[in-house]
Design a protein around this ligand. Structure first.
Ligand code: GCV
Length: 685
């Protein structure tokens, strides 16, 4: 059997044909016609997605019409505002109900998709297709869904010259040669992908904003930005722009961007008015300020809140928000300084400002206190500043997690953070409830992912990295979904219902993060990457630099104590019981031992082996896991079309080569420092 080829850009929307049989025939009988009540760009997309998706899944023509559902079998789509469907339920905005329609004899005749609004119709259409494609069939009972995260956003780190900071899938789909793209077809296809997983906002450009990108706020670019926004609008996706805090200086020659100066406030108001005239539903501005060389309020002795509020005041009357990044730390640290701990920086900077931010400002907080390592504890800032709107930021692009050469399914990592109970309001204060769902009552809530997309035909470079983009959207919609369920869904949508493919790919995705972690970051010890590129091993690459990411290895021990009693005091930023748990070596989660504690190489771990031996064992095991991925994937040859099979096979081979390098370098590093031999007698260099 040779599986048919699928267009790469279809990603998980290729709708592979269902296997012939009674189940397919029953769905085909109930879904031969799609009737859309109402007419608008969003409803037209929903209708045509249903008609083409059903046609491909069921292998039959599907009639599409707009107007009243004529009764009888079919899929009826409309909002609660369209009378005949209103009786079926009242989901909230963006939500939907899938209602089984029954004939006079009570037999199933089709399904109504009732959206709380037009976006709900679109999401409901994708949900119905997903159910059918993943073998769940038509609903037997009404199914109501609504997104948990109000804001489900992607940040593109795309530059105007078409490069992408930390991008591993080609060039930008939004910019090239210093201009905003005119290829709106690609943008439209992207909108469709985003809507299929419920993403409802996107920042087009990099948070590092130089002079060229600052000009996005000017007439030079706004016309084309407006066209991109108009292309994404029917898919329920609002656009945001990253802006430079120094814009008043860069664009208007003002002598300063001091947020306390009247002229600066006036400049931001005029700029916002100009931008909103072009894009009236712009979500707002994303700002990286006083961070890693970006200008910010600190340049003027002003606080982060003063900086955010001057921009917030400008966009507030226009319905806009300011997404203010909390990735602020001393990036000019002296490696000799052992008192400063980068992990403490964001909390130290922002927690004391709680209550000082305007209501339309949200702090965008990275999932961990350092920077998107494969293993970190959740950022303590997520459990602080209760009167401040907060967004969780995760990284979909695999900067530190294998750069879309290594397979590394990140949904399990994100779920750990979402499920983390910060205890900020006592037990039950999970990140997903308080921050992402916004149950703590602040105005802006949700989750932001740094996109892993470029102009390569398959969007994400590594085909399996699509699962991260897919998983981000699904998790933002419903954080209680399991990582495995999401992996299986993506696999079924992408490759069809072959059980061997489903089991193998799902298993590989589920094991992939642990495999990557095991050969790159033992027990939460991050930063052993090659500086700047962040690919491949270089254990001391960052040791004597300014970035605050030190291992402090000597011949006895490695790591930093971050406890209160004998360390930097970072643990004090957590609520109890976490503070005590992280502080205590016995109770600290084993996978984070080296994040919180300095350990001797000869120290016995809870597993009964020395730290050095643990490092050797996990690094050998990591490469073996990759060998397992390669063997598993080989068994799928013929079950997956050869173009997609070959492309993943090539990347797996490159992953193995890199994993071997990681294994040998890290093992050599620990061996040379500790002098401890491998108990299993394997070769160390
Ligand atoms: C966009 C890390 C990355 C940078 C990135 C920064 C950020 O430091 O290496 O490329 O800059 O995070 O999140 O702002």
């Amino acid at each position: 059997m040779t599986a048919p080829a699928v267009e790469a850009h279809a990603a998980w929307l290729g709708y592979p044909a269902l296997a012939a049989g009674d189940a397919r025939d029953a769905i085909a009988a109930a879904c031969a016609r799609v009737t859309v009540r109402g007419d608008s760009p969003t409803l037209r997309h929903a209708g045509s997605e249903l008609a083409t998706g059903l046609k491909r899944l069921l292998g039959q023509e599907v009639a599409l019409s707009h107007g009243e559902h004529p009764g009888g079998a079919g899929v009826a789509l409309g909002t609660t505002a369209t009378s005949e469907l209103a009786a079926h339920g009242v989901p909230g905005p963006e939500g939907f109900v899938l209602v089984p329609l029954r004939g006079r004899d009570g037999a199933g005749e089709g399904v109504a998709i009732v959206g709380g609004d037009e976006r709900g119709c679109l999401y409901g259409a994708f949900a119905l297709l997903r159910r059918i494609a993943t073998g769940q069939g038509l609903p037997g009972e009404p199914v109501t869904e609504a997104p948990v995260a109000p804001l489900r956003m992607l940040d593109h780190w795309d530059n105007l010259d078409g490069t992408i900071e930390r991008g591993y899938a080609g060039r930008s789909i939004f910019f090239s040669g210093g201009e905003v793209t005119r290829d709106l077809d690609r943008v439209r296809e992207y909108g469709r992908l985003l809507a299929s997983v419920g993403v409802n906002a996107i920042a087009l450009n990099n948070v590092n904003v130089g002079r060229a990108a600052a000009e996005l706020l000017t007439g030079r670019h706004l016309g084309r930005v407006a066209r991109v926004a108009a292309t994404l609008r029917p898919f329920g996706v609002r656009v945001a722009l990253s802006v430079s805090f120094a814009s008043p200086v860069l664009l208007a020659d003002l002598p300063s961007a001091d947020p306390r100066e009247r002229a600066v406030g006036e400049w931001w108001r005029a700029a916002a008015a100009r931008v909103y005239e072009a894009v009236p539903d712009l979500l707002g501005f994303v700002v990286k300020a006083s961070s890693e060389g970006q200008p910010g309020p600190h340049s003027y002795g002003a606080s982060q809140a003063e900086g955010a509020n001057v921009i917030a005041a400008a966009v507030a009357p226009l319905g806009g928000v300011v997404l203010w990044r909390a990735f602020v730390y001393d990036c000019e640290q002296d490696w000799r300084d052992t008192a400063t701990d980068r992990a403490k920086a964001a909390y130290q900077e922002f927690a004391p400002l709680d209550g000082a931010f305007a209501p339309n400002v949200a702090l965008q907080i990275k999932n961990g206190p350092m920077d998107f390592q494969v293993r970190e504890p959740p950022s303590p800032l997520l459990g602080a500043a209760p009167r401040t709107s907060k967004l969780l930021e995760v990284q979909i692009t695999q900067e530190y997690t294998g750069q879309q050469v290594h397979v590394c399914y990140l949904v399990p990592l994100w779920k750990e953070v979402l499920d983390f109970d910060t205890q900020s309001r006592g037990e039950g204060s999970t990140v997903r409830e308080t921050v992402v769902a916004g149950r703590d009552g602040t105005a802006v809530a949700g989750i932001v992912g740094v996109a892993n997309v470029g102009d390569e035909p398959g969007w994400t470079g590594h085909l399996l990295a699509q699962a991260n983009l897919y998983g981000f959207g699904r998790l933002a919609w419903q954080p209680s979904l399991s990582a495995e369920a999401i992996a299986r869904e993506w696999t079924a949508l992408t490759f069809g219902s072959d059980e061997t493919v489903l089991d193998t790919v799902t298993g590989m995705l589920m094991d992939s993060r642990e495999a990557y972690e095991s050969y790159t970051a033992p027990l939460g010890l991050g930063w052993m990457v090659t500086p700047a590129t962040h690919y491949g091993p270089s254990p001391e690459g960052y040791e004597y630099s300014r970035w605050g990411t030190y291992l402090r290895a000597d011949r006895h021990a490695i790591g930093i104590d971050r406890g209160v009693t004998r360390g930097t005091g970072f643990t004090a930023q957590y609520h109890e019981p976490w503070r005590s748990i992280f502080e205590d070596r016995e109770r600290c989660p084993p996978e984070l031992l080296l994040f919180f504690h300095r350990l001797a190489y000869a120290e016995l771990l809870p597993s009964g082996v020395t730290l050095a031996q643990h490092v050797y064992d996990t690094h050998f095991a990591g490469v073996e896991a990759v060998d397992g991925f390669i063997a598993g994937w080989e068994r799928l040859r013929g079950r997956i079309d050869s173009a997609r099979h070959d492309s993943v096979a090539r990347r797996l081979r490159a992953q193995r080569e890199s994993a071997v390098e990681w294994r040998d370098v890290i093992n050599a590093y620990f061996h040379r420092h500790s002098g401890i031999a491998d108990a299993a007698g394997r070769r160390l260099y």
